[in-house]
Every structure is written in C-alpha cells, then in structure tokens.
Design a protein around this ligand. Sequence first.
Ligand code: HEM
Length: 498
Amino acid sequence: MLVFLLVFVLIVYYLWSQRKNFRAWLKIGGPFGYPFIGVGLQFADQKKILKLMGHYKKVYGNFYSGWLGPKFLVATSDPNLIKSVLNSDGCIDKSDLFVALEYLMKNGLLLAKGSNWYRRRKLLNPAFTQPIILEFFDIYNDVVGSFMQKIEERVNSESFDFPDLLSKGVLEIACQTTMGKRVNLLNDENWKFFKHFHCELDILTTKLASPWYHNESIYKLSKLYQKEKLYVNTIHTFTKKIIDEKLEQHKNSEQLSLIDKSENDGNEFVKQKRIFVEQIFHHGVSGALTCDDIDDEVATVLLTAADTLTASTGMAIYSLAMFQDFQDKLREEIYSVFPKNLDKLDITYNDLKDMEYLDMVLHETLRLFPPIPLLFRNVTKDISLDGIDIPCGTQMVINVFNMQRDEDIWGLQAKTFNPEHFSQENHKNINPYTFIPYSRGIRSCIGIKYSQYVVKILLINLLHKYKVSTNTKLEDLKYYVSISLRLENEFDIQFERL
Ligand code: HEM
C-alpha cells in the first residue's frame, strides 16, 4: 500500500513538474512517445535519428515537440524560429544533453556555460581574427604540400585510404597552427587516433539520445562506459602529449617572461602572442585560465577543427567526383589563377579572394552536407516562439540538415548538389538563417575563416593535379549523425593524374 502511494505521489509530482511542457506540447504538436521515456526508444539507434527527424518534419511540419526521457525537446527547421533561438539570450547555453560530451571536451569553449562561456569566448576570440589567420598561410601551404606528396605516393596503390590521409593532414595543420607543433602524422601508418575518435563520437551520440544513459550511475555500469574510457584515453593521451611538450618548450624559452612583460610590447611579443597556444598560455600565466582549462581548450579546438575540416573537404571532393561538370568548371577557375604547368602551389589570400566558383562549391557542400547537422541549446529562461511559451529547461534542437535540404526554401534542386544555389544572383535572395553550417549569432563557430582557407587550399591542390571520379551516386548515399554528419556507405573514389 505504501509503495503504491509512493508511486502515485511520484507520478503526480512528475505530471505537475511537466505541466508547462504539456501546455507547450499541446499547442506545438509532435510525437508523444511512451510515458517517462518519450521517444527514447526510437532515438536509441543513432543511424535512425536523422531519418526519424525527417519523418517528423513531414508529419508535423517545421516545428514540433516531444520528450526524450524527462527532457522536453522542441525541434525546428523554420528559419524564422531559428533566428529567434540563435539570437535569444535565453538560448546561449548548449543543451543539457551535451553532458554526454563532458568526458571528451570537459569544460572547453564548445560546452562552457553562462558567464564562464562568455569570459572564455572573449579570451579566445583574438586568436581567430583575420590578420592572425592570414599568417597561417605558410603553414597551410607547407602541410598541404606534404599531404599532396603522400597522395602522389599512394594514389595508384591498393591501400590508398583517402579519408585517413585527409584526416591526418588536417589534424597536422590544426596542430601546427594552434600549437605551433609539428607532429608528422602523415608518416604515421598505425595511428589509432581517428578510429578511436570516431568510435567515441558514435558513443556520444548514443549516450545523448538514450535517456537511460543520462543517469551517470546507470551509465557507469554499462559496457558503453568501459569503451568510452578506452577511446577518451587514446584521444587525451594525444592532446596531453602535445600540450606537455609545448609547455616544456615554453618554460625552457624566455617566452613566459616575455609574456609577463605587459601589453606595451614590441613586435616580437606580438608575434609570439598571436598563435592560439601562446594566447592561452598567456591567459594561464595571468591566472585567467587554469592548467585544466588550457587542456580543455586545446582538446576542444583540435578535435572540433579536425572533425569538421575532414568532413567538409571530404564531402566537397566526393560531390565533385559525382558531378563532373562542376568539377571541370572549378578546375577551369583554378587553372585561371594557377596555370596547369605549375608544380608547386603557394597559395595566398589574394589568390583566394576572387575565386568565386570555389566559394560557391564550398557553400554548396556545407549546405547539402552540414558537418554539424543538428544544433542543441538549453532554454535557460522562458522564451516565446511563434506566440507559444517555451518554458525554461526545454532542450531546443535545430535541424540544420533538413532545413538546408528543404524544397520550400531551396527549390526543386534542394536535394541535389548544384553550386548555382550560391551564384551571385541567387545568393542575394538567401535568408541568412536558411544557411547555418557554422550556426549563427553570438555562439557561432569561432573558426569560420580558418576553416574556409584550409578547405579551399586543399581543394585547389587536389583538383589542380587530379581528376576525381566515382561510381557512387548521390541518391545512393545514406547519412547518419555521429555528433557530426557521417556516411553509412563506403565511398569509392579514384584519382587520375592530369
Ligand atoms: C567546415 C568547418 C567547420 C564547421 C562547419 C563548423 C561548425 C561549427 C558549428 C555549427 C558550431 C556551433 C556548434 C553548436 O552550437 O553546437 C561550431 C562551434 C565551434 N567551432 Fe566550428 N566549425 C568548423 C570549423 C572549425 C575550426 C577549424 C575550428 C577551430 C580552429 C572550430 C572551432 C569551433 C569552436 C571552438 C566552437 C565553439 C564555439 C563556442 O561555443 O563559442 N570550428 N562550429
């Protein structure tokens, strides 16, 4: 009897605590799922999340709601609502569901909350300004040169694994530009990092979408937790080694004392201060960041950069392999700036400035294959969307993937690859909130310019030297979300020397 009474009281308390959510759900509509777990069972298979969200969009439209365990979720792919969310001061924090990522990125910029995020973003913004990024062109060209040599060595061999080589090249760039450290990843054949990193992202997605894993004690009993410990260990061993070596080098040099010598410095100091790692060590010395904070920020930047850059460059190359006409057109533009007979390309910012078609190709890639297909925010104070009260504690899900493929927005060719979507004429009619691969508003990506230059330099080098082709068709591709966008298919790709 007592147990029955207790259960009854708990149920009444639960329903009472959810009353504002029920009110919002009745107005917005959406799947109810099952009592207490909501749509948890449907979302537990990460391969189904994107498909399911596409299905809900068809059934409920661009604005719907439901429960994932006790969490009330509101999802949208409506650009006007997205604009309200991304610009609301009640939606700056990442979703509570992102607690799943904490073992990996801890308290770095990507996950930081409230005033802590604001303070850190202010500290880190100066490391990503245009003048600083322009100084990285030497590094970009140098690493991409080594990457091209590796491609050349392996292009005709059976063991040529393009995604593997690409991710190593990109991480090498990230290590050199953010840490000022050469790691020689391109020469490392047996490196487990990316395999473990991708497994970790799979685990994070499953954890994020499965309400029963949101309880730390239950999660720690699961096999998933044991696996996650292994993967996180591989990843942190790598980032920690780089940080420790850099710190040692830093201590041995006179840079720390230089940094200590205040802001009215000469050029030498400014030069030292510019690179990301020098900036954060500087904040370490001033006490603004602790050693753990520095670890977290380095891991965040390296992992975020490596994953998104590999995804966007890879998908651009795959798209151009599937659509030869666009590849030819882009190569024409590349040859107009870098004649065909040039052996080594030393690309500058001025070269990139007027390469309009390259820009269109990159935008179209990020539209059709946004590396981060879903954005998650926590509503930290009551907001109103479309005249409906969305209570504090709601988890907002922004469905970038579906919006950027919506025929009502992008026309009949929405689901195919066509850089003309971003021609000058079409571009001026685009609502900025219909194209948000880097998110938008104050919490958007910090590395936009950085990433655009790296992807462009890689594409120019690859297409200057090789024709890429494939037997895979766009309509055969199957996508799933593993924090970032992934392909279920093995993508066959051939490189032919021009
Ligand atoms: C094509 C490449 C890239 C894409 C599409 C991309 C996309 C994004 C998106 C969508 C977010 C917001 C995530 C969210 O709200 O949950 C984000 C945040 C972030 N990105 Fe990028 N990113 C790219 C490259 C980079 C690079 C190269 C770096 C570093 C060098 C970087 C560093 C970050 C950081 C630190 C954040 C967190 C910012 C904050 O919360 O204040 N990203 N990125």
